[in-house]
Design a protein. Structure first.
Length: 323
């Protein structure tokens, strides 16, 4: 749970505080058991439906926690962030809830639906190139010009703590839970869930799932340090970013395993979730389920939770036909 400096990044106490702080501003999303999928895969499968969250993604949790944690003096300066979409919309919403300005950098290849979501909160995004370095440079320049407080999409501890409330809820909602599958991009959701779950229930296994075309976390675990992405074209646009310097040590210490999934697996998982669980998952939101399908034999007879991290699907971008 420690940062590179050796100090804890977040604790269970931080996550419990976040749970209280955000309670009036987020949805306690259901964990929905799917009988048809459970029977087919041979394990008990429940979906943590963060697609039903405000702004259509788990990002609402961390954004609200970070913005509501600011002092009045800090809040007056506004907040700045960079994001491919869901965190951007979540920050725009949280800033509006608090009545402060938001300044947001988005990659130029962001989903039109996610750009529109940010604009719906009265924020005009500043666009940049797709790489992590380009995002961070653009956000730093915007911060310099505005004096706003940076709320990083996954490295800010208050964001991680907010995302960790997903783990707390799962432990309360599903009795006898054996395993949780979590998508990983920057690692804020995974790190928060790991701290919550491994502190309270170390026997529950937590698995990361990542697109094979965005395999930086897998390579980072092999190398022992965060590695940069090598490409930015996976259909799972929310997972194109590099794993964080603060999130990685938590992941490295606590994650039980990591699965890589293909683009075809992701699209097939989206369709299965829609057809059998009657839920809408965007590509990034279906990644964890794709990992479960690929490794179903490993979970035989177990009670599993799959996090659908978001449901902001742009139908024009995805063909949901079977391969």
């Amino acid at each position: 749970m420690s940062s590179p400096t050796g100090h804890p990044v977040i604790t269970l106490g931080d996550i419990r505080s976040a749970e209280q702080r955000i309670a009036d501003f987020v949805v306690r999303t259901p964990a929905i058991r799917c009988e048809a999928i459970s029977d087919r895969l041979g394990c008990d499968v429940s979906f943590k439906a963060e697609n039903l969250q405000h702004v259509g993604a788990f990002k609402a949790r961390g954004a609200v926690n970070a913005v509501m944690s600011l002092s009045d003096q800090e809040a007056e300066r506004g907040v700045v962030t960079h994001s491919s979409g869901n965190h951007a919309a979540a920050i725009a919403r949280a800033a509006r809830l608090r009545g402060i300005p938001a300044f947001i950098v988005m990659p130029e290849d962001s989903s039109p639906k996610k750009i529109a979501a940010v604009e719906s909160f009265g924020v005009a995004p500043v666009f940049c190139g797709p790489s992590t370095q380009q995002r961070e440079q653009a956000a730093a320049e915007l911060q310099r010009r505005t004096g706003a407080i940076l709320v990083h999409p996954f490295e800010t501890p208050a964001v991680m703590a907010g995302q960790g409330t997903v783990g707390l809820e799962l432990l309360e909602q599903i009795s006898g839970l054996d395993a949780i599958l979590v998508p990983v991009g920057g690692g804020g959701l995974l790190a928060g869930v790991l701290v919550a779950v491994k502190t309270l229930r170390p026997d529950v296994k937590v698995f990361a799932v990542e697109p094979a075309l965005a395999d930086d976390t897998a390579r980072s675990l092999k190398a022992g340090s965060p590695q940069p992405p090598t490409r930015y074209d996976t259909v799972a646009d929310g997972l194109r970013t590099q794993v964080g310097d603060r999130t990685f040590p938590i992941i490295e210490e606590f994650v039980d395993d990591l699965f890589l999934v293909s683009e075809a697996d992701i699209l097939s998982a989206m369709r299965t979730i829609a057809e059998d669980a009657h839920l809408v998952a965007e590509p990034s939101g279906a990644v964890a389920f794709a990992g479960l399908v690929d490794h179903a034999e490993r979970f035989a007879g177990q009670t599993t939770a799959v996090i659908i991290s978001g449901g902001n699907l742009n139908f024009g971008d995805c063909q949901l036909g079977r391969e």
